[in-house]
Design a binder for this molecule. Structure first.
Ligand SMILES: [Cu+2]
Length: 136
């Protein structure tokens, strides 16, 4: 049977057109595969450290900092060295977290300026509890 011989009613043709348009739109706006990463606050070996210390992320990715060992901890970004001091400020959480599993969650904005964002834990900065978020 030839397609031209199909006698679709006008309403069916409109619905088919709508489905085609909407499905192509859905493909166009489908986000790239965003990842969720967890950074432990307090290393498994009992060191005052972020684990992993360095993390590479892309815009749209989510980072969770979670209390693991030796609380309290926090996450404060160094605004003076950051590629975007406003973003560094936004990602910072100076309120201390105490309970295992507690922490902070941030999604990297789509318009984030790439580069290395350094951060530290306020009570343990002197002990070397520092980390880096590399936005690609
Ligand atoms: Cu700490």
């Amino acid at each position: 049977m030839k397609l031209a011989n199909l006698n679709f009613k006008p309403v069916v043709r409109v619905l088919l057109a709508a489905v085609i348009v909407l499905s192509s739109f859905a493909i166009a706006i489908a986000p790239a595969s965003a990842e969720t990463y967890t950074v432990k606050m307090g290393a498994d070996n009992g060191m005052l450290a972020f684990q992993p210390k360095t993390l590479k992320v892309s815009p749209g990715d989510t980072v969770k900092w979670e209390i693991n060992k030796l609380p309290p901890h926090n996450v404060v970004f160094d605004t003076s060295s950051a590629p975007d001091s406003g973003l560094a400020q936004k990602l910072s959480h100076d309120k201390l977290a105490y309970a295992p599993g507690d922490g902070y969650e941030e999604t990297i904005p789509e318009d984030a300026k790439p580069g290395t964002y350094s951060y530290y834990c306020t009570p343990h900065r002197g002990a070397g509890m520092v980390g880096e978020l590399i936005i690609e």
